[in-house]
Write a protein that binds this ligand. Structure first.
Ligand code: AMP
Length: 204
């Protein structure tokens, strides 16, 4: 059965954005995951590229942010720059009808000074790779005090690439009272351990 997005408690601007993109009904991960994510629950999503996972967590975090508060409220960690760029592009598309929503990408291999300047403007959502985000957090150029949603995208690839220490360092600076969404294509034991240490009563 195909369920339309209009059944979800999403802000009208997001429903308008979805209609503008042309999505009509939800993919399975959206249909199963979005109601839980919109309730604020921690979620583990077993999903590969092509499943619609980006729109799933994207809608959840865009619905959760307060556009009036110009602070980083949502953070998406990705294993590669390419994925971070794709995620940021998808979020911008979904947010096209939400005025003044600032989304910043922070990845390695890009000029650090430009990133510092962009951070000074205040951003609602930050997307990037753990190494560079960790550096900004350590140097206090990125503050996570107001973070309410954290997403780990392709968590298995992040673990394979050895990002676990950076991820844990970033989380050390994030509020405990947050929503954590973990997406992974595979579930080796390390991902179970990671979930147990960073999520609260996650729904799978
Ligand atoms: P992802 O799994 O996030 O990489 O998304 C795969 C593709 O599915 C992207 O091109 C999205 O634009 C598209 N997509 C996501 N959600 C939907 C939907 N509900 N209906 C149609 N296409 C979608």
């Amino acid at each position: 059965m195909s369920v339309p997005f209009t059944t979800l408690p999403l802000r009208p601007e997001l429903l308008q954005g979805i209609a503008q993109i042309g999505y009509e009904t939800m993919t399975p991960i959206q249909e199963k995951g979005l109601p839980l994510m919109l309730e604020g629950q921690d979620v583990i999503g077993q999903a590969k590229t092509g499943s619609g996972k980006t729109a799933a967590f994207g809608l959840a975090l865009l619905n959760a942010i307060d556009p009036e508060l110009r602070k980083t409220q949502a953070l998406v960690l990705c294993p590669t720059r390419e994925l971070a760029d794709q995620v940021a592009m998808a979020l911008r598309q979904l947010a096209q009808r939400m005025s003044n929503t600032r989304i910043l990408t922070l990845c390695g291999g890009r000029p650090y000074r430009d990133q510092l300047a962009a951070l000074e403007h205040g951003n609602h959502i930050v997307v990037g790779t753990p190494g560079r985000i960790g550096k900004h957090v350590q140097k206090r150029s990125l503050r996570l005090r107001d973070l309410s949603v954290l997403v780990l995208d392709e968590a298995d690839r992040m673990m394979d690439m050895g990002f676990i220490d950076q991820v844990m360092d970033i989380l050390y600076h994030a509020p405990i009272d947050r929503q954590t969404l973990l997406f992974s294509a595979t579930f080796p034991p390390e991902i179970e351990v990671l979930s147990t240490s960073i999520q609260r009563r996650p729904q799978t």
